[in-house]
Design a protein around this ligand. Structure first.
Ligand SMILES: [Zn+2]
Ligand SMILES: [Zn+2]
Ligand SMILES: [Zn+2]
Ligand SMILES: [Zn+2]
Ligand SMILES: [Zn+2]
Length: 206
């Protein structure tokens, strides 16, 4: 037995079940255990515990189902499918950056790209789908349009100032709001007295 340790390292036998080289002194024990508990996967050749064989097949080799579009496909292309090809994968509109399923993208961008936005250089309204190429060649040279619109705005501001009402909104707003509050309070008290059938303890006068 003392000398056996040296020869064990060199003398091996091939297990008839898993085809692995096993020290000859262990081969009987190994074979018993191996053939009882392990199973060779017919697809990848790995030795799999019998009780996990089905799970191994399903999680490793069985066709996979895309969780987005429910299409069944080879497992190795699932990631690429989900990332680049799946019609239900989420992409973003190049104009408004709204996230939506890839299958709806063309139709959405058809509409979205037709919206217009102001080119800050030439002050013209440009379709979003043309904005990129427009900006690359826009000289911003339509300065008389920009100039006149600037003048118009300045003129409007002057007129407002002349009318003496650049900040008229807040001034008019507060008395109106006060009246509104009083009216609401009055209605509330009135309703309260109707619904609860009791005399209001306070008068609706502030
Ligand atoms: Zn074996
Ligand atoms: Zn396998
Ligand atoms: Zn899919
Ligand atoms: Zn969009
Ligand atoms: Zn422009």
């Amino acid at each position: 037995m003392a000398a056996a340790g040296v020869s064990d390292d060199q003398v091996t036998s091939v297990c008839g079940h898993c085809d692995r080289a096993i020290p000859s002194s262990n081969i009987d024990l190994h074979f018993a255990h191996c053939s009882r508990n392990l199973e060779k996967c017919i697809v990848c050749g790995d030795m799999i515990p019998r009780k996990h064989a089905e799970e191994h097949f399903l999680s490793t080799h069985a066709p996979a189902c895309c969780s987005l579009c429910s299409e069944t496909m080879d497992r190795d292309i699932l990631d690429v499918h989900k990332g680049e090809n799946c019609p239900k994968r989420i992409v973003t509109c190049e104009y408004c950056e709204f996230p939506l399923p890839a299958i709806d993208l063309l139709e959405h961008q058809e509409v979205c790209g037709n919206r217009t936005e102001l080119c800050y250089m030439c002050h013209k309204y440009i379709r979003l789908r043309e904005m990129h190429s427009h900006v690359s060649r826009c000289t911003g040279a339509v300065s008389n349009v920009a100039e006149s619109s600037r003048n118009t705005r300045a003129l409007e501001r002057e007129r407002e100032r002349a009318a003496g009402a650049p900040r008229r909104q807040p001034r008019e707003f507060s008395p109106r709001r006060l009246l509104f509050t009083i009216a609401i309070t009055g209605i509330a008290v009135l309703l309260g007295s109707l619904f609860f059938q009791r005399k209001p303890g306070r008068t609706p006068v502030n």
